[in-house]
Structure formats: C-alpha cells, structure tokens
Design a protein around this ligand. Structure first.
Ligand SMILES: Cc1ncc(C[n+]2csc(CCOP(=O)(O)OP(=O)(O)O)c2C)c(N)n1
Length: 630
C-alpha cells in the first residue's frame, strides 16, 4: 500500500518519520498532477505547498489546532490529506469538491476562502474567540507573498502584533502572485532571501557551532545569539518584529525535516510569531515550474506540456476581446492608461503591458488602492481604465463612492467575470455589480450584448468626461467576430436598441441576456406569442425615449439580467415605470437571492432560469396570468 493510501487524516502523518513524509510528498505531488490533469484547476499553488501542508498537519494538532489558508487555491494537498482524496476527481464540478476552501466541506476547512488576504484577520478572530472561551489550541494563518501586498493583510498584522495574542502566521513566499509579484514588500522579502552577507554569515556560524568541540559549545551559543542580533539588521524580521511579531526564517519550504523542526518549536512559543517559508510555485510540474501559465489549468490537459488536449474552438472570450480592443484604442487616445490588480492575464491586460508598457500599471492585490490611484490620475487629466473582476471590485466600493463618484472623476471601470462564473463557484461570481453600481450617483452603468458592442462601449467610456463609467462583461466567449476597434463607433449615450418588435410584452435584456432573450422570442413567436426584445446596453442613464415608446405600446415588461435580482436593473426599472405609468406591470428576472454553487456556467444559468428556455417560460407565465390573460 502506498504511503498516500495509508493517510486517512492528519493523525496518520504524525505516525510517519520525516523520511517517510518526504517520500509521501513525492506521492502526493504525483497524485495531484495526475488528478488535476483530468479535472483542471489551480495546480501551481498547491504543488508549491505540498511539503508545507504535510509539515503543518504533522507538527500541529489539527483539527483542534486551526489552519487558516489564504485564498484557498493552494488547498488541494490539504484536501487530500484531510480525507478527501477519493473525491478529488469531482473537483470544481457540480456537487463536487470546491476549488477553494469551504467550511461545509470539512472540519479542517476552518474558514471559507476565495478572495485574497483574509487569513490573518480571520485567524486573529479565532484566536481572540479561543481566549474568551479559555481554550488552549493554536491558530495558524498561511498567507502568500502576493496576498501580503494587500491592505487587509497589513491591517491584520498591525492589529495582531499589538494584541500579543498566541498566534502564528506562515508567510509562503514563492515570489509569485498569479503573475510575478510586484511592489516594495516583494522587493524587501526577495532582498533577504538573496542577501549574500546574511546567508554567508549564517552558514559560517552554523559550521562553527556544529563542529565546535564540547568545551566551545557555549561559545557556539554565544555566536548564535550574535547571529540573532546580526539578523535583526539584515532580515525582514526587522519589519515583522517592529510590528510585534517574533520572526523565524527564511526556511526552505520543501525540506520536511527543517519544516517539522521549526513548526514544532514555534508551536510551543507564545505571542504573535511569523515563519517565513520559501517555496517554488508549481514545484515538480512536468511542463516546468514557476510558470504563470500553470496558475490554473483547464480540465483534460497534458501534464507534460500543460496544454489542453481538446483545444476549445470558437471565438475569443470577452477577456481577450477587451485586451485587444483596449490596446487598439490606446493608439488613438494617448491619455488612456490601464490598471490591473495583480491579474494581467486574467483581465486581458497582459497585452497592454506588452504593447503599451509605460501606460500599464499593476498595483498588486490591492483593488481599493487601485481605484483611488486611478482617481488621483484622473484629477490630472489621465483617463484610467480600472480592469478588475466584478467580484474583486467589491473590495474597492468605498473608494468608488468616496474617491471617484463624489468628485465625479472620469474613471472607467471594466468589470470582467460579471455574472455567473461556472467552476470558480460562489466566491468568484460577479452577481452584485449591477446593484452596487446603479446605487452610485454620477455612475454610468453599461453592459454589451457582444464583443463588438464591448469595444464600442469602451470608446463611449473613454470619451465620457462627465464622471465615472462602468462596463460589465461575462466569463464567456464573445458570440461575434470583432473587427479592429478603429472601425467601431461609440454607442450613443443613454440609448437602447430594439432588436425585435412584438406585442404586449417587451423583454428588457441586459448584456448576456440579449442573445438568450432573442432565442426565447424566437421560440415564443413560433407558439404565436410575439414579444419585443430590447438591448438595454445603458442601464443608467436609461433610454427614456425608448422606454416611453414601449410603455405606450406594451402592457408588461420583463427585465432580464445576469445579476442579483435584489436591487438590480429590474428593481430600478420597476420603480421608474411605477412613477411613469402604473398601468404597465414590470416583472424582474435575475439571479435569485441565494448562493449559486459551482457547476458549468451553462448549467448555472439553466438552474436559475436565465437561459432561453427559462426566459420563455417566464414570458408564458406572464402571458397566462398577467394583464393579458383572457
Ligand atoms: C481580492 C482578490 N483579488 C485577486 C484575487 C485573484 N488571485 C487569486 S490567487 C492570486 C495570487 C495570490 O498570490 P499569493 O498570495 O502569493 O499566493 P500563491 O498563489 O503564490 O500561493 C490572485 C491575485 C483574489 N483571489 N482575491
């Protein structure tokens, strides 16, 4: 029986020798590579923490001691070692294991994760609760160097160091965020790892102490103490120690004996302590280590090359359309710049980094800062396009209201992954941006029906100087082939587009829902129920002329949007129409007020009735039971 098969839970690790645990690491790595090649997923981060995960579970008494992983995308080895190996083939699928960590999945998942930099705050909260309850267990936050660039992490470190609580932070430093890490903290940490003076001194002192004859052992201890004080001048420990943490490291995160020894010792100390562990992201991945490309891979890939076995055919996705169109528009508009928060490839802005390097800014995992940084630029006549996933822009909401909208600054927000996001699941779904952006005064809110309209709205947004402007687009393929941006004119301000004329019922469709509504209308027409379909590409300000014309000719409106139904565009239209013409009924059709879990995007849309069939059913129900009945 393999060592891996002998592990039913972390208790089994505690029975194994360091040599066995080292062999186990190889087996676990092989298993993950094989299993992820079928399911796809975030392989790189997990491969980097195989030894770290084994050593943490072996040295700490989990689940009584609590491990709090940041982001959760590095949690695959943790899942395997905590009794979920047999379900790894269901990873990221409907009803299967989550791609992140989830409290409902295992008692070892102490805190749900998905967004970066929550671990230190959450772990500190758990430690405070433990102290109130008079308990004794340990709490350990594990955070990456990329996430440590986030403001939330500093707020937590500041609070933790001051609190003097029994509390451990493991800094998993692989010099990578998704892309190579950026920022001053990153430079600082790398400086230490590579500090030749410190490293030389350290190994010299180690040699002297280890080989000193017995009578000189005391001198060795003295040297070690001296090493500590030298270290204080030469290591990042200074920074953490000033914050109130006892600093240990840097240590090799792939050396199980060293990890075990350190963690066992650190476990017994009291007060805030931080262990700096150096790892290699993607370690052991056959196609090469440390590649941004292996951050996440599709299902059915070849582990030797990382390439998808059956390449997806068809049009480019919206992300690629966005990057290309923006790059083209930046040739026309010299005052435009692009901002990403640590996601150049995920947001399509990698192409801007390549084509317009001086006009590209990666601010790190710091969405709030990115927004205010953009606001500062806008005060000087620069037009920033802040490109952030809808879900992560939630982090920047106060900055949007306070720094951008109240000052009416012309910052543009490009919200990728708006709507349901399939296998990435509930933590990454972009369901709230319509509701949160509609509520912001001065904000223009838009959504394109296809890639060409996305490029057109980019031009509209760039030319809009009166205040902020946002555009949302999905994690999906663009339904059309998009010409060069210079051939695509702006969409006239606050206009809708009537795509199909029917009677009595009009569908007001937003973004992705335009195509689905047209398909629904096709099916309804075949049943003798012709409906009007309108592309509401401007949600705010809306097209008052078209709306008034619709109110004069229709008795019911159905507003269809891929966003939360609470306070969405439908709710907005219902309030507008009730004032304009209370005789016209408005019904809303969006994502219901519940969590939508991971499944393919198509399945998620069908589950909540946001596909052509669901929309058609809703219209039939309106027809049968509404003002038109009889
Ligand atoms: C608030 C937020 N912004 C962006 C992301 C996207 N994201 C996921 S992992 C990651 C990089 C994390 O880097 P690091 O903390 O160093 O962990 P590693 O991947 O190296 O293990 C980013 C930017 C996120 N999950 N949350």
């Amino acid at each position: 029986m393999s060592l891996l098969d002998q592990v039913q839970g972390p208790a089994d690790l505690r029975r194994m020798s360091p040599a066995e645990l080292t062999d186990l690491a190889q087996e676990l790595r092989d298993f993950l590579i094989e299993s992820c090649s079928v399911t796809g997923g975030h392989i790189g981060a997990g491969l980097g923490v195989v030894e770290l995960t084994i050593a943490l579970h072996a040295a700490f008494n989990t689940p009584d001691d609590k491990l709090v992983w940041d982001v959760g995308h590095q949690g695959y080895p943790h899942k395997v070692l905590t009794g979920r190996k047999d379900r790894m083939h269901t990873l990221r699928q409907e009803g299967g294991l989550s791609g992140f960590l989830k409290r409902t999945e295992s008692e070892y998942d102490t805190f749900g994760a998905g967004h970066a930099a929550t671990s230190i705050s959450a772990a500190l909260g758990m430690a405070a609760a433990r102290d109130i309850k008079g308990q004794e267990h340990k709490v350990v936050a594990i955070i990456g160097d990329g996430s440590l660039g986030s403001g939330l992490a500093y707020e937590a470190l500041n609070n933790a160091g001051h609190s003097d609580r029994d509390f451990v932070v493991i800094l998993n430093d692989n010099e990578m965020s998704i892309a190579p890490n950026v920022g001053a903290m990153h430079k600082y940490l790398t400086g230490v790892q590579r500090n030749p003076i410190y490293n030389r001194l350290r190994s010299k002192i180690g040699d002297i102490v280890d080989h000193a004859p017995a009578p000189f052992k005391d001198a060795g201890a003295l040297l070690r103490r001296w090493e500590e004080s030298v270290k204080a001048f030469l290591t990042p420990g200074v920074l953490f120690e000033e914050l109130g943490f006892r600093y240990f490291g840097p240590i090799n995160g792939h050396d199980i004996p060293q990890l075990l020894e350190t963690f066992k010792a650190v476990r017994e100390f009291k007060g805030p302590r931080l262990v700096h562990v150096i790892t290699t992201k993607g370690k052991g991945f056959p196609a090469g280590e440390h590649g941004e490309k292996w951050h996440a891979l599709p299902p059915g890939h070849d582990p030797k090359t990382g390439k998808q076995l059956k390449a997806a055919a068809g049009n480019p996705n919206y992300t690629a359309v966005y990057g290309k169109a923006l790059s083209e528009l930046m040739e026309e508009y010299e005052h435009v710049i692009a901002i990403t928060a640590a996601m150049p490839s995920g947001t399509g802005t990698g192409v801007i980094a390549k084509n317009h390097p001086k006009r590209f800014f990666d601010v790190g995992i710091a969405e709030g800062h990115g927004v205010t940084f953009a606001a500062g630029m806008a005060t000087e006549g620069i037009k920033p396009l802040v490109t952030i996933y809808s879900t992560f822009l939630q982090r920047g909401y106060d900055n949007i209201v306070h720094d951008v909208a109240i000052q009416s600054l012309p910052v543009m927000f490009c919200m990728d992954r708006a709507g349901l996001v399939g296998e990435d699941g509930e933590t990454h779904a972009g369901l709230y941006d319509i509701a949160y952006m509609l509520a912001v005064p001065n904000m223009v809110v838009t959504a394109p029906k296809d890639g060409t309209e996305l490029a057109a709205l980019l031009r509209s947004g760039i030319e809009h100087e009166a205040g902020p402007f946002c555009v949302r687009y999905p994690r999906d393929l663009s339904p059309d082939v998009v010409p060069h941006a210079k051939e695509i004119p702006a969409v006239p301000h606050a206009t809708w587009e009537v795509l199909r004329k029917g009677e009595e019922i009009a569908i007001l469709a937003v973004g992705t829902m335009v195509q689905e509504s047209l398909k629904a209308a096709e099916a309804l027409a075949a049943d003798g129920l012709p409906v009007t379909v309108v592309n509401c590409r401007y949600l705010k300000p809306y097209d008052a002329t078209t709306l008034n014309a619709l109110l004069a000719t229709h008795q019911q409106l159905l507003v269809v949007e891929e966003g939360t139904v609470i306070n969405g565009f439908g709710a907005f239209m219902a309030s507008v129409v009730s004032a304009l013409d209370p005789n016209v009924r408005v019904q809303t059709h969006g994502v219901p007020d519940r969590i939508v879990y991971a499944a393919s995007r198509a399945k998620q849309l069908a589950q909540v009735g946001l596909d052509a069939a669901g929309i058609a059913d809703r219209v039939r129900a309106m027809h049968g039971t509404g003002a038109l009945a009889g």
